[in-house]
Design a protein. Structure first.
Length: 139
């Protein structure tokens, strides 16, 4: 429902246009890196993985492909990132509110650890994963 409203209000189209303007003059590799980082970080604004993917995946994928990113690489990276951002916040995925609600982890700790683990995930998936997809011939 949230993704539908964001689309009907034109927010996704506007945001995609803004991202295209930001990375439009870059080669596809740095442009794709910026898009991947923004896609990942934008999860802080969504209450669920489903809402985020429904609203943003297609727009970011289309932008990346339009900038010259190999389609398979872009689809895989955005798909992988979509499974990694669930632990960023206490509301970021289905189990998170239940775990947070139990009271074992304070809010500040949750957000700090989410940022640290998110940064580590990005480093592994974008650096090592990027090199591996190059070895496999995906790009």
């Amino acid at each position: 429902m949230m993704a539908g409203f964001l689309n009907s209000l034109g927010l996704i189209k506007w945001f995609s246009g803004q991202m295209s303007d930001v990375v439009g003059g870059l080669a596809w590799q740095p442009a794709f890196l910026v898009l991947a980082l923004v896609y990942f970080a934008s999860h802080y604004f969504f209450a669920s993985n489903t809402a985020h993917v429904s609203a943003m995946y297609a727009a970011f994928l289309a932008t990346a492909i339009a900038l010259g990113t190999p389609a398979l690489l872009a689809a895989l990276v955005f798909g992988f990132l979509s499974s990694l951002f669930g632990g960023l916040t206490q509301y970021g995925s289905g189990p998170a509110p239940v775990l947070f609600g139990a009271g074992y982890v304070p809010l500040g700790t949750w957000w700090r650890m989410g940022a640290v683990v998110g940064a580590l995930n990005l480093a592994v998936w974008l650096v090592i994963g990027g090199a591996w997809t190059k070895v496999l011939g995906i790009w």
